[in-house]
Design a binder for this molecule. Structure first.
Ligand code: UDX
Ligand code: ADP
Length: 480
């Protein structure tokens, strides 16, 4: 029986291994992690991550051919194929700080593999890592090989959170990169056979190592670039009276462009887009390509601009100050159907409002109070590290109240901001909410999910991204 072990039981490792176990009953899959509490949660009824459909897949395989364990070394030494899916945060100090990936966790995983292995292994790079990481890992393994043959493969993951299970069941493509040697090709074939249990062969693309790694960065950069493009248009739409939804619809009808990923928003978040673009920028700079680096930097700059533009719009609409005012924040996760808050635009928007002394009342259906407090009190890149290595919060956030209901959050508020497109926000009783808010009552819709006209009929002053402005907002000072 082929044995697979995945190091790192996170958003990528957990769902991916669960689906491999489900689709390949003849393969034994173990998922290991240094975080004992995370493993305990994977073995309980309350999984550590919220992902639609995941519970069902885990329940069907756990204890049969899917195991979650904190005995990292034991499972690694027994496995034929090892996936490495550990954190790759952005470096906070030293060379490449703020841009380059911190490969501490990857390196320590590689050294551990070298220490405990007794037979030949295929090591699969699953975390998003910058180009040429596989080469570095290969060096660590071969220099400590004790006669063992290691084949390194890059198999980047393209799943999106919130739709991970569906993405894994029906991937657009599976990408496997490996060495162009007979051993490398044999390793590619072995991994291909795993995916071939459920993925049509023409969707499994085999490339060299570097192409596979770079393709992941490129795909995420292209996707993020579409969002920054439409968000840049949204600012122009507001200034000129066009409607960004109509523009995006017309643009997306061009078959060469296509309709997806053209929703204007308060900004993109998530663990991948910003980090991968930073990596791309760093690689370009290291390779003497400053013009290319600057091109991609602009995608992040527009994203930051979009978040600060949103905050400015709130403050300027509310008589140029939100000091002492209660603002309800509906949604904190970086997108719907996940409890993940990594790089969520909500962090920057909330910090911006707190900077002007607002009182925030936050509700998200999946994010815990502890997580929100942590996010609002920690430095930008610290949250990407495993929990036990994160610094203690430097200060509490007294002006933040986390509540468990949208109606509670909006009670007595001067304004409400929608920062995540949760379905339940579309069907709220806005009349009741209006009656319980201070007047004038404002709605700032960062995801364009409410019917602005209906809300205006109720009495709200409504701001939607990239839409013609209310007369009220038009009369307020221009946003920087
Ligand atoms: C992304 C890639 O889609 C996935 O292929 C890769 O493996 C990991 O990174 P993810 O970050 O989980 O996945 O979610 P995604 O659906 O791409 O959304 C990212 C961010 O962009 C979210 O904040 C989302 O709200 C935002 N977004 C997305 C928009 O603002 N507008 C859009 O049109 C689409
Ligand atoms: P991703 O979104 O890429 O899956 P996560 O942060 O959700 O990232 O998951 C990464 C996991 O890897 C964390 O649960 C962390 O505890 C684990 N991890 C980090 N380093 C190691 C290591 N050396 N051995 C085992 N697990 C590790």
């Amino acid at each position: 029986m082929v044995k697979i072990c995945c190091i790192g039981a996170g958003y990528v490792g957990g769902p991916t291994m669960a689906v491999i176990a489900l689709k390949c009953p003849s393969i034994e899959v173990s998922v290991v992690d240094i975080s004992v509490s995370r493993i305990t949660a994977w073995n309980s009824d309350q999984l550590p991550i919220y992902e639609p459909g995941l519970d069902d897949v885990v329940k069907r395989c756990r204890g049969k051919n899917l195991f979650f364990s904190a005995e990292v070394e034991k499972h690694v030494s027994e496995a034929d194929i090892i996936f490495v899916s550990v954190n790759t945060p952005t470096k906070t100090r030293g060379l490449g700080a703020g841009k380059a990936a911190d490969l501490t966790y990857w390196e320590s995983a590689a050294r551990m593999i070298a220490d405990v292995s007794k037979n030949d292994k295929i090591v699969v790079e699953k975390s998003t890592v910058p180009v040429k990481t596989a080469e570095a890992i290969e060096k660590i393994l071969t220099h400590n090989s004790k006669g063992i043959n290691y084949q390194i493969l890059s198999n980047p993951e393209f799943l999106a959170e919130g739709t991970a299970i569906q993405d894994l069941f029906h991937p657009d493509r599976v990408l496997i990169g490996g060495r162009d040697t007979p051993e490398g090709q044999k390793a590619i074939q072995a991994l291909k056979e795993v995916y071939a249990h459920w993925v049509p062969e023409d969707r499994i693309i085999c490339t060299n190592l570097w192409s596979a790694e770079l393709s992941k960065l490129a795909a995420n950069a292209f996707l993020a670039q579409r969002i920054s493009s439409v968000n840049a248009m949204s600012a122009l739409c507001e200034a000129t009276g066009a409607d960004v939804t109509q523009v995006a619809n017309a643009v997306g009808k061009d078959a060469r462009i296509g309709p997806k990923f053209l929703n204007a928003s308060v900004g993109f978040g998530g663990s991948c887009f910003q980090k991968d673009i930073f990596n791309l920028i760093y690689i370009c700079e290291c390779n003497g390509l400053p013009e290319v680096a600057n091109y991609w930097k602009q995608v992040i700059k527009v994203n930051d601009y979009q978040k600060s533009r949103f905050v400015n719009r709130i403050v300027s609409s509310m008589f140029n100050t939100v000091s002492g005012k209660k603002i309800a924040i509906l949604g904190f996760a970086f997108k719907k159907d996940t409890g993940d808050t990594r790089e969520t635009p909500a962090i920057d928007v909330c910090k911006g409002l707190l900077g002007d002394n607002a009182h925030l009342s936050i509700y998200d259906p999946q994010v815990t109070q502890e997580q929100i407090q942590k996010d609002l009190s920690m430095e930008k890149f610290d949250l990407d590290h495993p929990t036990h290595l994160q610094p203690m919060s430097p200060y509490g956030t007294k002006q933040v109240n986390v509540v468990w209901d949208a109606y509670e959050a909006t009670k007595g508020a001067h304004g409400l901001c929608i920062l995540t497109e949760w379905d339940e926000f579309k069907t709220l009783d806005f009349k009741m909410i209006y009656d319980n808010m201070q007047k004038p009552a404002f709605v700032f819709d960062g995801r364009n999910i409410v019917d602005a006209e209906k809300l205006r009929e109720i009495g709200f002053i409504v701001y939607s991204i990239g839409k013609p402005l209310d007369a009220w907002l038009n009369d307020m000072p221009a946003v920087a």
